[in-house]
Design a protein around this ligand. Structure first.
Ligand SMILES: *Cc1c(COP(=O)(O)O)cnc(C)c1O
Length: 395
């Protein structure tokens, strides 16, 4: 029976009958798991040695039952064979690249990507003899030209932060596949509700589950989804690198994912309505939202995605200070980093993610003084728009 993502978000990955007949997945708060006797221990170790599916837990660094339930659920949502959870989104990205790349390998990376990912690839990987080439997002000729004999992976994001550029997944797989290069996509901004990259032949998908998947601005986590063979390698490496999530965190994530479909539907609606309102407002110079025909990737986004997401970036007719005054005048959203949760969050990237850069360096990355990123929550669109209207009157 094929089920929709809303039904899968609630039920996938969970047994109907759980320990103690609990309806919800229990939190197994233990660091270690005991064996009945030596024979049971030997049987477990043999299964491990033979790489057979394990029937029990062993030690907290190798996972816990609640974590495994979330992994099964997220694998189903993305249409992948298996998933692995990590302590944070960055832990998922760094652990995966460290595991799948070796000295002498090369990776192609698109710009306008998460700043810490770029930093990891350009400075940390370099120390291990792994080179990275940064190519402009959506420049497919540059991407093709950057591929070398030792290129193993292309890493990209879709949609990107903060300009919401959309990666053409068909084109990327057409470039990568004949050259024996694999593609790893950070799909945090899309969520499996709006986009399922594996269906386009992308090899690995990652999410910062901190954002939409957990959805409540209350935990950190990351996930990687792909073929069982690849995830098994990552699981093995996680036992060494140690970036596990704990049972409580896994439970909060499991609980959050249950409402993913209705939250994202509301955030898609809020994104589109707020973007349209802002675009029609005389005090707004430019709006970046893939759901608007004015966005450079609108046609692609409309073809490839089933929703445009809850993040809207825009530039008011203002300088740095007057933009800050506008942000201070908005009442509903919190001022802060992050996105994807039920509470709306607004920020000025020049003063948040890019605060430590000098102005020239920041402008070179395309982050203007007056750029605002508004990550919409699940509040009512009418209220959010009325709030923006009153704040814009004041600047
Ligand atoms: C937040 C984010 C990350 C990093 O995730 P953390 O959970 O904060 O470590 C990576 N990629 C994207 C696109 C993000 O938004």
């Amino acid at each position: 029976m094929s089920k929709t993502i809303a039904t899968q978000s609630v039920h996938a990955g969970e047994d109907k009958v759980k320990p103690y007949h609990s309806l919800t997945m229990p939190i197994v708060q233990t660091s270690t798991y005991a064996f009945e006797n030596t024979a049971a221990l030997i049987e477990h170790m043999k299964r491990k040695e033979d790489r057979k599916p394990l029937e029990r837990e062993e030690y907290g660094r190798y996972g816990n039952p609640t974590q495994h339930a979330v992994e099964r659920k997220l694998a189903v949502l993305e249409g992948g064979e298996a998933a692995l959870l990590y302590a944070s989104g960055m832990c998922a990205i760094t652990s995966t690249l460290l595991t799948l790349l070796s000295a002498g390998d090369h990776v192609v990376l698109t710009d306008d990507c998460y700043r810490r990912t770029r930093e990891f690839c350009l400075t940390y990987l370099k120390r291990f003899g792994i080179e990275a080439t940064l190519v402009p997002m959506c420049d497919y000729e540059a991407m093709e030209a950057a591929i070398q004999n030792n290129t193993r992976w292309i890493f990209s994001e879709t949609p990107t932060n903060p300009y919401l550029r959309v990666l053409d997944l068909e084109r990327v797989t057409e470039i990568a596949r004949p050259r024996g290069v694999k593609v790893f996509v950070d799909s945090t901004f899309a969520t499996p509700c709006n986009l399922r990259p594996l269906e386009y032949g992308i090899n690995l998908v990652t999410h910062s589950v901190t954002k939409y998947l957990a959805g409540h601005n209350d935990l950190l986590g990351g996930v990687v989804i792909g073929l069982e063979e690849t995830i098994a390698k990552l699981r093995e490496a996680q036992g060494v690198l140690g970036g596990v999530t704990d049972p409580h965190n896994a439970y909060l994530l499991l609980r959050g994912v249950k409402t993913l479909a209705i939250r994202v539907a509301k955030q898609n609606e809020n994104g589109l309505r707020v973007a349209r309102f802002l675009e029609s407002h005389p005090k707004i110079r430019r709006v970046y939202y893939p759901g608007l025909p004015s966005h450079p990737d609108h046609a692609l986004a409309a073809r490839q995605m089933t929703g445009f997401g809850g993040v809207v970036s825009f530039e008011p007719e203002a300088d740095l200070e007057r933009t800050s005054a506008f942000i201070d005048a908005v009442r509903i959203p919190y001022i802060g980093p992050s996105l994807g949760g039920v509470e709306s969050i607004i920020e000025q990237p020049a003063l948040m993610s890019h605060f430590t850069l000098d102005r020239e360096e920041r402008l070179a990355l395309g982050i203007k003084d007056e750029l605002v990123r508004y990550a919409l929550g699940i509040e009512d669109a009418e209220d959010l728009i009325a709030d923006l209207e009153q704040a814009l009157e004041k600047v």
